[in-house]
Design a protein around this ligand. Sequence first.
Ligand code: IYR
Length: 223
Amino acid sequence: MGRGFRPLGHQRLEPEEMLRRAVEFHQVMDRRRSVRHFSSDPVPPEVMHELVRVAGTAPSGAHKQPWTFCLVSDPVLKRKIREAAEEEEYTNYHGRMSEEWLKDLQAFGTDHHKPFLETAPYLVVVFKRVYEVMPDGTKRNNYYVNESVGLATGMLLAAAHLAGLVTLTHTPSPMNFLTEVLGRPANERPFLLIPIGYPATDCQVPDLERKPLDQILVTYGED
Ligand code: IYR
């Protein structure tokens, strides 16, 4: 796959410009929120394809790029996904999740109803590719698959936000039904389910605060 090395082609920024860009990017990203109430307004498919292209720029273990992004807009498939997810979630909310977990979720107002799986114009179902099947049928393991696919998904969320769209990082559990509904091969495992679209007109989000820098940053070597 590799063809040797080539120059990086990097240009340094002035410190002020660096800081300006970093501050601005934080301001933009700080407005990103997980959204559970979607408009059904359509999103141009070219935009969605571009978001996936951004996700595909993520770093990955040994550059194996162990991801597949399924872009679902077919209403029949969306309904199947909703029905299967709601069935699993019903079991989660009625005995499979601990009391502590249910209490932690109260602030988000979630339950087993997942209408957004049908309302959102697109569902991006992210699959991790645990191994690759060679032409001779042998299997080759990928490396740091969760880390790689997590990074790619984060970049997808950032790209969607920058494009003026909203997302939900949804984790129906267990997620095996996605393999079946989408007819994915055995080397792919569902990783995350991400509805993408515009927010509903009256969309509300939980009134949350992010941890301040001094709670998430520990410095070593600064004065
Ligand atoms: N998967 C369930 C429960 C759930 C779990 C966590 I952690 C969340 O942050 C939100 C929901 C659901 O989707 O409802």
